[in-house]
Design a protein. Structure first.
Length: 99
């Protein structure tokens, strides 16, 4: 069993607290998500690990029902380069209807 690091646990708790005021009334049941990453430096990192952490955060805070492929129908990850002054991840969650 893989346990999250202390840094991850602290990050998850801090981010959960920050998004509590903006949680939708009802979790999104079907969506497309785009994540644009801006790194603080030129060190390499895995986009899929960063995306997984964010998807878990969204699921745990009931922004989305789950992070499986039945809910998250399209996941688009983009590395946008280095921004030393403002490293970040910009996320767009688009709710889609059942068709």
């Amino acid at each position: 069993m893989l346990l999250p690091s202390e840094n991850y646990r602290v990050w998850h708790e801090e981010q959960s607290w920050l998004i509590k005021s903006s949680v939708p009334v009802k979790p999104i049941e079907r969506c497309e998500i785009e994540m644009s990453f801006y790194a603080p430096d030129k060190r390499s990192a895995d986009l899929d690990n960063k995306a997984g952490s964010l998807l878990d955060l969204f699921r745990d805070n009931k922004i989305i029902v789950d992070d499986n492929w039945f809910v998250c129908r399209d996941l688009h990850l983009v590395f946008c380069g280095v921004d030393k002054l403002n490293p970040r991840c910009e996320v767009v969650i688009k709710e889609i209807s059942y068709e």
